[in-house]
Design a protein around this ligand. Sequence first.
Ligand SMILES: C[S@@+](CC[C@H](N)C(=O)[O-])C[C@H]1O[C@@H](n2cnc3c(N)ncnc32)[C@H](O)[C@@H]1O
Length: 197
Amino acid sequence: MWDQRYDREDYLFGKAPAAFLADRAEVIPPGSRVLCVADGEGRNSVFLAGLGHAVTAFDASGVAVEKARKLAQEAGVAVDFNVSGIEDWDWSRPFDAVVGIFIQFVGPDMRATLFEDMARAVSPGGLLVLHGYAPRQVENGTGGPPQRENMYTEDLLADAFAGWEILRSADYDAIIDEGPGHSGQSALIDFIARKPA
Ligand SMILES: C[S@@+](CC[C@H](N)C(=O)[O-])C[C@H]1O[C@@H](n2cnc3c(N)ncnc32)[C@H](O)[C@@H]1O
């Protein structure tokens, strides 16, 4: 399904990073090892590589990863791109920051596993950087899956990462313009947390 969605000339979510990431990227210390989970066509990984981070990215869609490689080439940056599902990724590889932007393709059961895996991939003292939709986004219809249960709340994320230092937790409405895939009035959640050292 994702290969078909990405099989188009333009970039489904645009070539610019998510507005959240552009605004908040400075929280990631210079020269970090960063993992971008379900990175799609590379807009976020390419942006982070441009800031000087050592970026690894993966996505299940080979079509998306091919477009991501082109975007990195255009930008003149290197990213270690991989075609992989969350089910196959080697989560024992450590990173200083693990970034998940609009990765709400999982329901509650798989999300619990995914969050545990992502937490494992963050080095002690490292960062988790998450951005997605709140449940009321389903009524907006401007992006994201139609399942309310796939969406995040601040409480859900605080529970999932209990014991972590929360650097940002926010639930807000904004108009975003992130390609034909994510555009218009949106109900958003940001969550940035530091793993105990
Ligand atoms: C809404 S898109 C977001 C892409 C990217 N993070 C961004 O912000 O542009 C969700 C992404 O999840 C990927 N995806 C779906 N199921 C996946 C899975 N099981 N493992 C890894 N990636 C998956 C899709 O291919 C798609 O690129």
